[in-house]
Design a protein around this ligand. Structure first.
Ligand code: NDP
Length: 296
């Protein structure tokens, strides 16, 4: 079997177009422009690239982008004061604090100081609890992107066996909750899982979120399974820098029914879902109907 490639780049462009349409409607019919505030503390090069990209795409879909760049030695009090200001600013519907934060800042404290209704990353403890209890929440962007691609490919996921490899708070755990919400039978695997190959071989859906280059070989994949590769790993091969996922793409594509490539799979969906979450937050703040197909 040769797997169908799930094109995350094209899918993300479709999501952004849907968001842009809805934003245009909001402006025209309600005079409202959704706004996303992104806070970056310090000068981590990767974070700077992400923040630039987020700002650019926010403006491209017609939303307002507010960037707050703070010195690396910004105090916790000053950061919390800025978040408080953004929480109370009606023009700001989404707030994202770029992680990781410098070591002297308490990430949990900072994230939990964001108004949960504006927490477009879905990391606030209230949103974690709402998702875990199947209630309306803000859903973390990367797992939301994976869910959208799975729903698009399969229609219903009900009754499917899903394995999520990785149990982080930002990918693995929320991914498992979302799959459970769509009535999959979910296994969460991690570094202590016994006989991981056997666990993966039983799955109709495999989501790999580990951070280990090409750790999952093709012979772990059940014939016809759908493989969503969240991993982004920079490696050097044949003297060149290369991005690879957590799945060995070449061998997995020979057995899977469908697979996301790296790059061009899950990656582009993350910012698209951030924009979708900002639109959702804006609609909720204004008691307007939520955009269809852009939430969990
Ligand atoms: P974390 O490092 O927080 O979590 C990794 C998880 O993998 C842990 O739960 C760990 O288990 C598990 N793990 C590690 N080694 C093994 C192993 N040998 N067998 C089974 N499980 C193992 O990573 P993240 O969740 O933050 O990210 C995972 C990957 O996804 C990374 O490559 C990251 O770059 C990428 N990513 C991509 C995004 C995108 O936009 N596409 C967004 C976010 C992340 P344990 O808990 O037992 O230690």
């Amino acid at each position: 079997m040769v797997a169908q490639v799930i094109d995350g780049k094209a899918f993300a462009a479709k999501v952004r177009a849907q968001v842009a349409d809805q934003v245009a409607k909001l402006k025209e019919e309600n005079g409202i422009t959704p706004g996303l505030a992104v806070v970056l503390v310090g000068e981590d090069p990767a974070s700077q690239v992400y923040v630039r990209s987020k700002g650019k795409q926010t403006v491209e879909v017609g939303m307002n982008s507010y960037e707050h760049k703070l010195d690396v030695d910004t105090s916790e009090d000053d950061l919390l004061a800025l978040i408080d200001k953004l929480n109370n600013d009606p023009a700001v519907h989404g707030i994202l604090v770029q992680l990781p934060l410098p070591k002297h800042l308490n990430e949990d404290l900072v994230i939990n100081s964001i108004d949960p209704a504006k927490d477009v990353d879905g990391f606030h403890i209230s949103n974690v609890g709402l998702l875990g209890t199947g209630q309306k929440s803000m859903v973390p962007c990367t797992p939301l992107g994976c869910l959208m691609m799975l729903r698009d490919h399969h229609g219903s996921l009900s009754g499917m066996d899903a394995v999520v490899i990785g149990r982080s708070n930002i990918v693995g755990k929320p991914m498992a909750q979302l799959l459970l919400g769509d009535s999959c039978t979910v296994t969460i695997a991690h570094s202590r899982t016994k006989d991981l190959p056997d666990v993966v071989r039983r799955a109709d859906i495999v989501v790999a979120a580990v951070g280990r280059p090409e750790m999952v070989p093709g012979d772990w994949i059940k014939e016809g399974a759908t493989v969503i590769d969240v991993g982004i790993n920079r490696i050097e091969r044949d003297g060149k820098n290369k991005l690879v996922g957590d799945v060995d793409y070449a061998s997995a594509a020979e057995r899977a029914g469908a697979i996301t490539p790296v790059p061009g799979g899950v990656g582009p969906m993350t910012i698209a879902c951030l924009l979708a979450n900002t639109l959702t937050a804006c609609c909720r703040a204004n008691s307007l109907p939520e955009p269809e197909g852009l939430t969990a």
